[in-house]
Design a protein around this ligand. Sequence first.
Ligand code: KG4
Ligand code: ZN
Length: 329
Amino acid sequence: MITLGIETSCDETACAVLENSNILRSNIVSSSLAKHKPFGGVVPEIASRHTLENIDIIFKEALRKGKVDSNNIDLISVTYGPGLIGSLLVGVSFAKALSMTLSVPFVGVNHLHAHIFANFINKRVPHRPYIGLVVSGGHTSIVLCTRNNFKELASTRDDACGEAFDKVAKILGLGYPGGPIIEEVAKSGNPDKIRFKCGRFKNSFDFSFSGIKTAVLYYVKKCKNVRKEIPDICASFQKSVINDLVNKTIALAIANKAKIIAAGGGVTANNLLRMELAKEAEKYNITVLFPPVDHSLDNGAMVARYGYELFRRGKSSDFGLSSVPRLGF
Ligand code: KG4
Ligand code: ZN
């Protein structure tokens, strides 16, 4: 069975061809990142125009690389939320038009669920309840996942984790997106130099990253030589955020007797997170799954994988499907 995955929720225009659940024939991503850099963040209008101009090109490239003809497609899977409305609409409309012309079913997919399912290309979906950690530019959530349900156990009350990396990089004048730059600069810094703290709540594992961002801002304001301190600021900020993610994820895995954690989203490209979460989980005999880095970031493969799963369970969408920018778990 051939599934075409379409992902256009933010600044990426992506298509993938997946055979059954595990043979990824192609995974093509076109990012409009360079066009947003001068603005220090994603400009929705630029993102949706980029998607509109590129969706057909990326679709054809995915077919060519995947060595399939459009007539070989059995199912179309598309992200319908959450994300930027303009970009989502392009992907969903494209999927509907294809579905109609090819007379094949299509299924709308929640982008957050798909990030977790990026782990299950080549791996089996766990039978027992497992923990999902979704950390991206727009979301920070820990969820309890079962076959038919995603129950949010904790989420951010303000900025998303990736957003905090982006904002701190902006404060330091390092460019966009902040995550990879901060990770790189932090390599030459001392993570124990400055004590930056993430938000905590009583009787809750929810996150808050807006305070740590402001703490960095105040620290920078009173710095005599900011340039010299940038590596230490990056390393100290990164350590605090990663510790917060790791501690809360492990605590909720233990509380819910989960033996597997499946992580996904752009921030899981971070090597310190990968190392620290795996190290801490090992102490409790918990297995941590991370997708390959190119599947951590937005891509069509994860959308194809989750759409395939839904379709196997008898789900598909009709032409009334709307794009939902504020879709939660
Ligand atoms: O999942 P994603 O590609 O798009 C959204 O759905 O938001 O995530 C993008 C986010 C950005 O905020 C970016 O700064 C962050 O992921 N990111 C990282 C790293 N690479 C990307 N954050 C920390 N460390 C990284 N290496
Ligand atoms: Zn994403």
